[in-house]
Design a protein. Structure first.
Length: 149
């Protein structure tokens, strides 16, 4: 039985590798860019990873910008911590492709090269209120940002 993990999105098969934790005590799995990307100053850019994640109904994948990129280059995730819901996996719009929304707070272009580790993915459990149950309710109809529609 599969509990949680990463897979490669069909479009990127053979072009990206699955993420790994770099040390035995690392909480996050390093997520790399699947393409060369330029982050323009003051602009939000969606960075594709070529990955999707499966997990339990009461879990989500938190996306955190790697501290080296953030601190040294004035880059952050536009929504602070990206949240990938369990039902994002396999959606018909994009298979659940994990994309990292980064903003460049600097004054110069920042170049991300294919394979550069840009974020860490950490799996989290979450709680629901009385009378609510994770995984029960309306089904997701779309991809990135679809629950706000």
């Amino acid at each position: 039985m599969r509990i949680r993990g990463f897979e490669i999105v069909t479009k990127y098969e053979g072009k990206v590798t699955l993420p790994v934790r770099k040390t035995g005590s690392s909480a996050g799995y390093d997520l790399a860019s699947a393409e060369d990307i330029v982050l323009k100053p003051g602009k939000v850019t969606i960075v594709p990873t070529g990955l999707k994640a499966y997990m339990q109904k009461d879990e989500y994948l938190g996306l955190h910008v790697r501290s080296g990129i953030s601190i040294k280059n004035n880059i952050s995730c536009i929504n602070n911590v990206g949240i990938v819901d369990a039902d994002y996996y396999g959606n018909p719009d994009n298979e659940g492709h994990i994309m990292v929304p980064l903003i460049n707070h600097g004054e110069e272009d920042f170049i991300i090269t294919k394979g550069m580790r840009v974020a860490q993915g950490i799996f989290y459990k979450y709680l629901t209120v009385d009378g609510d149950e994770a995984g029960v309710g309306k089904s997701r109809d779309g991809g990135f940002g679809s629950t706000g529609v």
